[in-house]
Design a protein around this ligand. Structure first.
Ligand SMILES: Cc1ncc(COP(=O)(O)O)c(C=O)c1O
Length: 429
């Protein structure tokens, strides 16, 4: 395994050994690409748009979680734990990342999952948790899942309990995940110094449990950058709010200062970031028209060429917020960095390997496949010899007609497309 020490430890060597850490990332420093086609499309004056490519920061599953895990799993291993317990919705990306890293480190993984709107993404995620060896627990209500996970932890002291999203909730829990993003800003500072990008005026980032945006804000403050972080709320207000971000950011700084007094004595406050609302839709995980349009446009203009794709729960909504920002004339000269927090490595290959065999999952999950089919090949009862050759089969894109020309007879094809369209709802938000 590549052993790339955090930049934070290069700048503050006293932290090494005092802050738990283990090498997990394989693609850092993550690239910064300039999105020139998007700049033209948005008709910027001398504004510039860059993207931080955390989507490829790990060989199996890239994204923001992995940066958190270097520190959180570091603590779990330091405490000689043999497994990780964590929580999330049944489609949680955090759960996928946790299962993959736990397997890599030879740790057990227990996921406490609660209900969220069923979608193709959810059905895929459950199969991936299972593929990577996680043990699945389920409660309809999130609060009950929290209780069950605490009980499980009580009876299994050798397991490390990682909070939802790897972030402190209401100030409770370790700030180590956010320290991963303080470190990310130190990495970015090197890239600024090397001339890869100018010091950004603004960083746009999706906020779910707020650990990522809190760490980025704390990092900018510690380094005295002029950059203002714009966390885009894609989750519940009770978690994504300025108070919570400030709490997490300052807890992270305090944690570091306790181990090295030479770290600047600064505090994050309301003026250091600008929380953006209005892109969530009616609930966490719902697909919005604006979010989907942003995913499609960025893929056409940039993603196809650079090898990344946004998604509709987090990064698409954050990008939609960035588009609206650039609509205003006074913003057209800003230098903006979009922090890409979602994986862009191929996971479809694992699903192909297990041939969508959901019956291998615990029985209580089967109904989430049997009650609702989203996939064209299931809705059409597509013949084995056709589906196996078809790129749409098990593809992560849920609008399957976008992926491949359907080989079924014309009439059948139209009927199936209508059915798929019916089960896909886009909210006008
Ligand atoms: C793709 C993606 N982006 C952003 C986030 C939000 O990160 P945070 O929970 O640290 O706010 C998540 C969290 O699950 C995510 O999966």
């Amino acid at each position: 395994m590549e052993n790339k020490k955090p930049t934070l430890f290069d700048v503050y060597p006293n932290l090494e050994g005092k802050v738990p850490w283990i090498s997990i990332l394989t693609g850092i420093p993550s690239n910064v690409d300039r999105l020139t086609e998007l700049e033209s499309y948005l008709k910027l004056n001398d504004g510039e748009i860059y993207i931080k490519r955390d989507d490829k920061d790990h060989k199996i599953y890239g994204g923001n979680k992995l940066r958190k895990f270097e520190f959180i799993f570091g603590e779990a291993l330091k405490k000689k734990k043999k497994g990780i317990i964590t929580l999330g919705g049944i489609g949680t990306n955090h759960g996928t990342a946790c299962a993959i890293v736990a397997k890599e480190l030879d740790l057990k993984c227990e996921l406490f999952l609660s209900l969220q709107p069923i979608s193709w993404h959810v059905q895929r995620s459950l199969l991936l948790f299972h593929y990577f060896g996680a043990k699945l627990h389920f409660t309809k209500m999130f609060e009950l899942g929290v209780l069950k996970s605490l009980l499980f932890r009580m009876f299994h002291p050798k397991y490390y309990l990682m909070s939802i999203g790897g972030s402190p909730i209401f100030g409770i829990g370790t700030p180590l995940g956010s320290i991963g993003f303080i470190n990310a800003i130190f990495e970015l500072k090197n890239q600024i110094d090397e001339g890869i990008l100018p010091e950004p005026d603004i960083i746009f980032v999706a906020a779910g449990s707020t650990g990522t945006s809190a760490g980025l804000t704390a990092g900018c403050k510690l380094l005295g950058l002029k950059t203002k972080v714009y966390p885009v709320n894609v989750s519940r207000d009770i978690v994504v709010n300025p108070k919570n971000l400030i709490k997490i950011a300052n807890k992270s700084i305090k944690y570091l200062r306790k181990r090295d007094k030479s770290i600047p004595d600064v505090q994050v406050n309301e003026g250091d970031f600008e929380m953006i609302k209005g892109y969530l839709g009616s609930n966490y995980g719902v697909k919005t028209v604006k979010g989907q349009n942003a995913v499609d446009l960025v893929y056409e203009l940039e993603g196809k060429k650079l090898g990344f794709k946004l998604e509709t729960t987090y990064t698409g909504k954050a990008m939609a917020a960035m588009f609206d920002f650039f609509e205003k004339e006074e913003n057209k000269s800003k230098k903006v960095l979009f922090w890409n927090t979602y994986n862009s490595n191929d996971l479809d290959k694992y699903l192909r390997e297990i041939e969508f065999d959901y019956e291998k999952l615990p029985k209580k999950f089967h109904k989430y496949y049997e009650q609702q089919a989203f996939q064209c090949w299931r809705l059409a009862n597509c013949p084995e010899e056709v589906r196996i050759e078809c790129p749409a089969y098990l593809n992560h894109e849920y609008r399957f007609w976008k992926v491949a020309e359907c080989k079924l007879p014309e009439e059948k094809k139209i009927e199936v497309q209508e059915k798929v369209r019916k089960v896909i709802e886009l909210e006008d938000a």
